[in-house]
Ligand binder design. Structure first.
Ligand code: 4HQ
Length: 251
């Protein structure tokens, strides 16, 4: 996979994109990542990239001539998708990460300041992504979030053991609890089922814990999670328990 990033702050990428899983992906030639400084595409003496907005209102807006020139130069004749990071985009999620992990090339555009001249979108952007409903100072951290989530979905990046298929969201559920040694810590033990060696019972227990945690933390995910009939029955039990708890607290 090849990813190109257009940014005013390429240095922000150097450490995060060269550690841990990201370094492995690059070292194993699974990922080529290039950053490009948008300022290099400002042709005037002072390399100006932004200007005041028409109609006033304060803040600065990225100039269309500079940013479109940068995108067109980086894209060249390739068919790479051009993605803008902004709070106005559609919200990034696991499905989007999987979809992008199947592309062989895409371009991320990061802005700073109030935003982008609208003609950048009209002329040079295929798609707009937000990493969540809050406002960042720039698109760089959002781009790194997207890159991390996408790259770990590419086969060969994580080892077979740490495969992304067991992650939260991979099966539409949150992950249940994990434990490691010691067997007792500050009076708290480890669920017996995990130390018993009954593999099938353990798998079912893990699945139920995932359903339980999803019910507690993110019940809306259960509307689309693929559950078996007996798992739906287990969920109905949890819902009944919650209703009873609620009743009790009202007494
Ligand atoms: N920004 N998801 C404003 C974001 C953001 C987000 C990036 C701040 C773009 C101009 N990006 N700049 N949320 O808040 O991606």
């Amino acid at each position: 996979m090849r990813i190109d990033v257009l940014t005013l702050f390429p240095d922000m990428f150097t450490v995060p994109m060269n550690e841990s899983m990201m370094w492995k992906a690059r070292d194993r030639h699974i990922l080529e990542l290039y950053t490009h400084n948008i300022r290099d595409y400002a042709l005037d003496k002072h390399h100006v990239v932004d200007d005041t907005p028409y109609g006033g209102g304060g803040g600065m807006v990225l100039k269309p001539d500079v940013v479109v020139r940068a995108i067109e130069d980086v894209k060249g004749v390739s068919k790479a998708r051009v993605i803008l990071l902004s709070p106005q985009g559609s919200v990034f999620n696991h499905a989007k990460a999987v979809e992008l992990s199947q592309q062989d090339h895409f371009i991320l555009v990061c802005g700073h300041y109030e935003g982008f001249d609208e003609r950048i979108r009209q002329l040079a952007i295929d798609e707009e992504i937000s990493i969540g409903d809050y406002v960042l100072t720039g698109g760089e951290l959002a781009a790194m979030v997207v890159i991390d989530a996408v790259v770990r979905q590419i086969p060969g990046v994580l080892g077979a053991e740490g495969g992304a298929d067991r992650d939260s969201h991979a099966d539409g559920l949150l992950e249940g609890p994990h434990y490691t040694r010691p067997a007792e810590f500050r009076g708290l033990g480890v669920p017996e089922i995990l130390t018993g060696g009954h593999h099938e019972a353990m798998t079912q227990w893990r699945r139920e814990q995932a359903i339980r945690r999803t019910w507690q933390q993110r019940p809306e995910l259960l509307r689309s999670a693929p559950l078996t009939e007996s798992e739906r029955y287990f969920l109905a039990t949890l819902a009944r328990e919650s209703a009873e708890d609620c009743q009790e607290r009202m007494m």
